[in-house]
Design a protein around this ligand. Structure first.
Ligand SMILES: [Zn+2]
Ligand SMILES: [Zn+2]
Length: 179
């Protein structure tokens, strides 16, 4: 089943297609874009972050129930995300509902005082987007630091990951198409 990508209007423009193609390459499944009006919930004024769980609540409610989007659904947003107990998260997946979100807020070089580079942003958004969709396909976290399903806690750990699943995760995910 194909992967549906919803690109938040505030998310970085111009990198949508390369990100989608890279997610396809990593997971071996087709990915396409869907466009629906979506309210981004869960803003916390004190933290200046969004509660990723509340975003997924709305995503689940609006898209899977009202519009009956079939297949894994990934929201790409620029809002900085947290979940209770964590300072921040790069993304969050809810496999039981088939919805996930990934944030570009901490994926660009400028967040870390480095020179902006679209190629870096594309790589990281694709890796973390594919990671969250991987959870929707039934994958858990992987111990292999080069695997997309490894859970990075820092940007360096994220950058150490390759744009691929390790053989064990690839096997576990199966493939949406032959070969
Ligand atoms: Zn994860
Ligand atoms: Zn793996």
């Amino acid at each position: 089943m194909g992967i549906n990508i919803l690109w938040d209007r505030q998310a970085p423009e111009g990198i949508e297609l390369p990100v989608a193609r890279m997610i396809e390459m990593i997971l071996g499944r087709e990915a396409g874009f869907v466009e629906y009006p979506l309210l981004i919930d869960g803003y916390d004024r004190n933290r200046n972050q969004h509660d990723a769980q509340k975003i997924l609540d709305r995503l689940q409610d609006t898209l899977t129930r009202r519009y009956e989007v079939a297949g894994p659904l990934l929201l790409v947003t620029s809002r900085d995300l947290y979940v209770n107990g964590c300072d921040f998260v790069f993304g969050l997946a809810r496999p039981a509902s088939g919805v996930a979100v990934v944030s570009t807020a901490r994926l660009g070089n400028s967040y870390y005082g480095r020179t902006p580079d679209d190629a870096d942003l594309i790589d990281r958004t694709a890796k973390e987007g594919a990671h969250e969709v991987g959870h929707l396909l039934g994958l858990g976290h992987c111990e292999n630091p080069e695997c997309v399903m490894f859970r990075p806690r820092t940007l360096d750990e994220l950058d150490r990951k390759k744009k691929m699943l390790c053989p064990a995760c690839r096997e576990a995910a199966g493939s949406g198409r032959e070969g």
